[in-house]
Design a protein around this ligand. Structure first.
Ligand code: 13P
Length: 249
């Protein structure tokens, strides 16, 4: 059985004062779902300290492919791990767009995360142009093949499906559209890694998830949780999403 996962991506949001949200989120943790918050890098260490004993895990939002070296401004997987992170989001569409990250970059970063004994949360998703051209599954298939290294397991990999056009827009795919992509990702993982591993990897949906749509999204087959942006910044928005996931069958 896959444990459900409610993950929050704070993106470039959050100052020290935001850490107080973690305590309230922690009160909702410890149920049927795991809870993960990925704050900006400046808050990873204090967030890990604040989340200690709450049941909330802390993750980074990116890492370098190398463990150390002359890479000004970058952060390595061992550094995130040392700061208290257990997970790292990789290949988010905002990184692919803003920083030109390609599938092969994401794959090397995921290997670095695994070498640091961290879970890689690898993001895939199509643009609206690609969906309108009926290329969604081709795009997702290429991203999965190129971004996930060999050696994936249910313990070291989470895949997040985030249609770019649904991120921060309030637009959400239909449950049929989400189900089609999640079933496709599951089949691809089973084909490549074997059915045991393929079935054990958790698949998250991300893109304008909020309390009001969480229940119907969590009822979709092969949706094991969510990667939430805006609605993960405040406990008052995120806790109802965690509760909806705890209640999902
Ligand atoms: P929103 O929930 O703000 O649409 O962001 C989704 C996302 O990109 C999470 O990684």
């Amino acid at each position: 059985m896959r444990r459900k996962l409610a993950a929050g991506n704070w993106k470039m949001n959050g100052l020290s004062a935001s850490l107080s949200e973690l305590e309230a989120m922690g009160k909702a943790a410890g149920g049927a779902s795991d809870v993960l918050i990925c704050p900006p890098a400046t808050l990873v260490a204090p967030a890990a300290a604040a989340a200690k004993d709450t049941g909330v895990s802390i993750g980074g939002q990116d890492c370098h492919a190398a463990a150390s070296g002359a890479h000004t401004g970058d952060i390595s997987a061992p550094m995130l791990k040392d700061a208290g992170a257990s997970h790292v989001i990789l290949g988010h569409s905002e990184r692919r767009t803003d920083h030109g990250e390609r599938n092969e970059d994401v794959r090397l970063k995921a290997k670095a995360a695994w070498e640091a004994d961290m879970v890689a949360v690898i993001c895939v998703g199509e643009s609206l142009t690609e969906r309108d051209a009926h290329n969604t599954l081709d795009i997702i298939g290429g991203q999965l093949a190129g971004s996930i290294p060999d050696g994936a397991t249910g313990h070291n990999l989470v895949v997040a499906y985030e249609p770019i056009w649904a991120i921060g827009t309030g637009k959400v795919p239909t449950t049929d559209q989400i189900g089609e992509v999640h079933d496709f990702i599951r089949a691809r993982l089973e084909r490549r890694f074997g059915s045991g591993v393929g079935r054990s990897v958790r698949l998250l949906y991300g893109g304008s998830v909020k309390a009001s749509n969480a229940e119907e999204i969590f009822a979709v087959s092969n949706v094991d949780g969510a990667l939430v942006g805006g609605a993960s910044l405040k406990a008052s928005d995120f806790v109802p999403i965690i509760e909806a996931l705890n209640a999902a069958g």
